[in-house]
Ligand binder design. Sequence first.
Ligand code: MUC
Ligand code: MG
Length: 367
Amino acid sequence: MKITRVEAIPFAIPYRKPLRFASGEVSAAEHVLVRVHTEDGIIGVAEAPPRPFTYGETQAGIVAAVDSVFAPQLVGLSLLDRETAHVRLGRTVGNPAAKSALDMAMWDALGRGLDVSVTELLGGYTDRMRVSHMLGFDEPAAMVAEAERMRDTYGITTFKVKVGRRPVSLDTAVVRALREALGDAVELYVDGNRGWTAAESARAMSEMADLDLLFAEELCPADDVLGRRWLVRQLDVPFIADESAVTAADVTREVLGGSATAVSIKTARTGFIRSQRTHHLAEGLGLEVVMGNQIDGQLGSLCTVAFGAAYPLTSRRAGELSNFLDMRDDLLAEPLRISDGELVVPPGAGLGAELDPDKLRHYRRDR
Ligand code: MUC
Ligand code: MG
């Protein structure tokens, strides 16, 4: 169970079409594959998606942080030393995706070593989640067409609509067009990625009051403390803290301060060990939880479903598990499949992921 080596491998896989939202745009999965090796020959894997527009990390920065700062702190630890690993990684501020991939690769290796799945190790509540699909910026007709394709092909009936930064009237027109085309059977919620002001958010939410939205997420900057509290007080749907609440301490601050009433847990930025802390806190505070997406590939989506399926609270709502569908290819030998609107945790130890060595050779950028 002793960790002998840690690798950080940059890779790039193009998207079929860019995903656009208020805080940025992604047109290729330029992620970092993390591999944790043990003395028994077990290899745990996870991926780190850099999101510079939110957390400041870059692909090259993640590789450098793992190689020069984090790997030396983990080599020699046992896979069971999860809290020690957490403390050691925590000595360096920031770097959420790098730390998370290391933590999740350790859990994957631990599951493989014990021959149990990560979902079972974490809580083992169920083996699947309903899937929510995130719709990036486009014209209303194109966003409706994408949602219809996701519903008809994969059975997905929950959609997160990206809003913010564009004219409010365009965003509200999109949400109205989606409701009209898809009917009452689908769940819709909006995510502003901090792109509106508090006043624009209030106006948009009142214009959409008849559209039966499930949630509103991060519509305006959390730094506008009073504006945001003013907004959240007047909403009649839960307001999800995403970028504003990365740590459990952030969630406490946002929720007790009246700036959020629900939380997005993203394994890409809190791994499993810190996601557990946020989950337990959310349960204690009575918050709704959505398993969010940091525009993950298939390996990242596996991590999200592994965690989300582990607990009743995290598997209650549809999880954001489908954005890998926008990628032209991926690293897994057996691609993930969404059907009947669900993603099932693959059978097998750890995360249940096997990488395709040819694909890794093809997409890695370091040789
Ligand atoms: C989301 O929920 O905001 C967009 C940027 C990012 O970091 O995650 C996505 C989805
Ligand atoms: Mg969000």
